[in-house]
Design a binder for this molecule. Structure first.
Ligand code: ATP
Ligand code: MG
Length: 559
């Protein structure tokens, strides 16, 4: 089994250096991290970076990592997302043990602290509308304006806040704001909203609450309640850190977490924004959150990407403090490396062309031996039937080949993998002039793929027997976006109309068709494939995870 334990040791980075130093100096005796997803969508490969960092650091330094759902926005959050996030973290190879928490577990405590802030003059109820609050916030160069409600008495604030909680006011009528400084250079400190009125059903607290804490208010205090020592988040929260620290300084919290920011993962040809991913699903641009073209963990899994490849990828890209964009080729490299290691080899013909071997006796078949993994003898061998009628790949034949085409063409001899040398004698076409069949001859002396007279052929081709192969649907995926830097604000314009190609006449080996295994397979010379959950007993469906590198494909073709 490959688990996170088996992954090569993670490199050092500034976060690990900080943790090491905090342990060395005795600042902490043990460390606590957390992965804090908002359950408003499925996890994507960017989250995998954060998961690997938080769980990885905890494990390497003998600490613990909590899984905490930041469930403070009930209008966008669903149980389906909570379930999928847990499944995906486990699938990636990480485990929170008993440390599963929800920000909603702390709603009572957070509320009590909000009342305390009111009593201490650190918070007030503002009756301004959202628009008014936004427009009086100022800009980077101009200070904001104090709210006319900023100097309410403690009694009035407490009364209004309690009535907000009791559900007396409609959505948006009032908010609770921190009372910091409307002229602060950092806009996040200009009296940020701590609570808003929201008459919404919450997946966990039901209809108990009519007010919900803001992310900024809930997050740091949740960390403090859980004893998180290193609160690791992405760079966009850097400007929120002063607020995070201000709140911790004002409240009798049980611990003082420190926030550290790292660069989020960006990948070429990929959008990693939950808003965009949600729109792709809702707009029907993909079949669902686990569509194999999605950069979600569920999509990558369904596509056949092994979790070890994702862990290897995030280990290789490392953790830095400057934003950058990683080449999609890097992820593909990690996927190929892992699949090459673990995937057994099979033969499949994606676009079949029938070949009749005229000098092979009618009604005869024989069994040939095929190797399951060239680098792993323990994977064993299997038998493949050979007969008079077989299929080869359409593009392995050319009637009028250019100079460097070494595969099958009239008069040219090639090797059928594990079988015989064949030569094409005649090309049969339909009324439209399309090639529908080849008439070939084989050399019975070349059984197993070698000629006793030592003559060589320049190509080895995969094939399947016509009678003993099974029809399958094969789905070929290409990049979802044509633009290396797709625009989040107008992503539809960058969608690749050819991101999915369905081959419905492909042929696969019979055991591949009947096996329910979702282990990855290499279909020789074609790439890596995995059985899709859309398969039925009568119609197997396979996803192409990724093609083989061109150079690699050429090497195999040469034989
Ligand atoms: P989005 O911005 O797409 O809505 P999010 O950051 O709001 O995503 P959360 O559920 O809040 O999604 O994320 C949980 C954790 O994952 C956060 O700590 C966040 O910083 C981290 N994370 C999200 N996206 C990335 C990314 N692309 N690279 C690294 N970490 C990420
Ligand atoms: Mg977020």
């Amino acid at each position: 089994m490959t688990t996170a334990d088996a992954a090569p040791e993670a490199g050092r980075d500034f976060i690990r250096d900080i943790v090491q130093s905090d342990l060395d100096t005795g600042k902490h005796r043990s460390i606590v991290t957390r992965f804090p997803p908002e359950p408003n969508g499925y996890l994507h490969i960017g989250h995998a970076k954060s998961i690997a960092l938080n769980f990885g650091v905890a494990k390497e330094f003998g600490g613990r990592c909590n899984l905490r759902f930041d469930d403070t926005n009930p209008t966008k959050e669903e149980q389906e997302y909570i379930d999928s996030i847990q499944a995906d973290v486990h699938w990636l190879g990480y485990d929170w043990g008993g440390n599963l928490f929800y920000a909603s577990d702390y709603f009572e405590q957070l509320y009590a602290w909000a009342e305390l802030m009111i009593r201490n003059g650190d918070a007030y109820v503002d009756d301004q509308s959202q628009d008014e609050i936004r427009s009086t916030r100022g800009t980077l160069t101009e200070p904001g304006k104090n709210s006319p409600f900023r100097d309410r008495t403690v009694e009035e604030n407490l009364d209004l806040f309690r009535r907000m909680r009791a559900g007396e006011f409609p959505n948006g009528a009032r908010v609770l704001r921190a009372r910091i400084d409307m002229a602060a250079g950092n806009i996040n400190l200009r009296d940020p909203v701590l609570y808003r009125i929201l008459h919404a059903h919450h997946p966990r607290t039901g209809d108990k609450w009519s007010i919900y804490p803001s992310y900024d208010y809930a997050h740091g205090q949740s960390d403090a309640i859980e004893g998180v020592t290193h609160s690791i988040c992405t760079l966009e929260f850097e400007d929120h850190r002063p607020l995070y620290e201000w709140l911790l300084s004002k409240l009798p919290v049980p611990s003082q977490p420190k926030q550290y920011e790292f660069a989020r993962l960006n990948i070429t040809y990929t959008l990693l924004s939950k808003r965009v991913l949600t729109e792709l699903v809702r707009g029907g641009h993909v079949s669902g959150w686990d569509d194999p073209r999605m950069p979600t963990i569920a999509g990558l899994k369904r596509r056949g990407v092994p979790p070890a490849a994702i862990r290897d990828f995030v280990r290789r890209i490392g953790v830095a403090k400057a934003n950058s964009v990683v080449d999609l080729g890097m992820l593909e490299f990690c996927i190929r490396e892992e699949l090459n290691r673990i995937a057994q080899r099979r033969m499949a013909v994606l676009r079949p062309l029938k070949v009749v071997i005229e000098n092979y006796p009618e009604g005869q078949t024989e069994e040939l031996e095929a190797i399951n993994h060239p680098d792993d003898p323990s994977a064993g061998t299997r038998k493949i039937s050979f007969g008079r009628e077989i299929y080869i790949e359409q593009d392995d034949f050319m009637e009028n080949p250019p100079k460097k085409f070494f595969r099958l063409s009239p008069g040219n001899e090639v090797r059928l993998r594990y079988a015989y040398f064949i030569k094409c004698r005649e090309v049969i076409k339909n009324d439209k002039g399309e090639i529908v069949e080849l008439r070939c001859t084989y050399d019975p002396e070349t059984r197993g793929g070698n000629a006793p007279d030592g003559r060589k052929v320049k190509a080895t081709m995969h094939w399947l027997p016509a009678a003993q192969s099974v029809k399958a649907e094969i789905r070929i995926y290409n990049q979802l976006f044509t633009n290396p830097a797709p625009e989040a604000s107008n992503f539809a314009a960058d969608l690749n109309p050819q991101s999915l190609e369905v081959l419905s006449d492909a042929r696969i080996e019979p055991e591949v068709a009947t096996s329910l295994s979702t282990d990855p397979l290499q279909f020789e010379r074609q790439g890596y494939f995995v059985r899709d959950r859309d398969s039925t007993p009568g119609k197997p469906v396979f996803n192409r995870t990724i093609g083989l590198r061109d150079t690699f494909a050429k090497e195999v073709a040469k034989g």
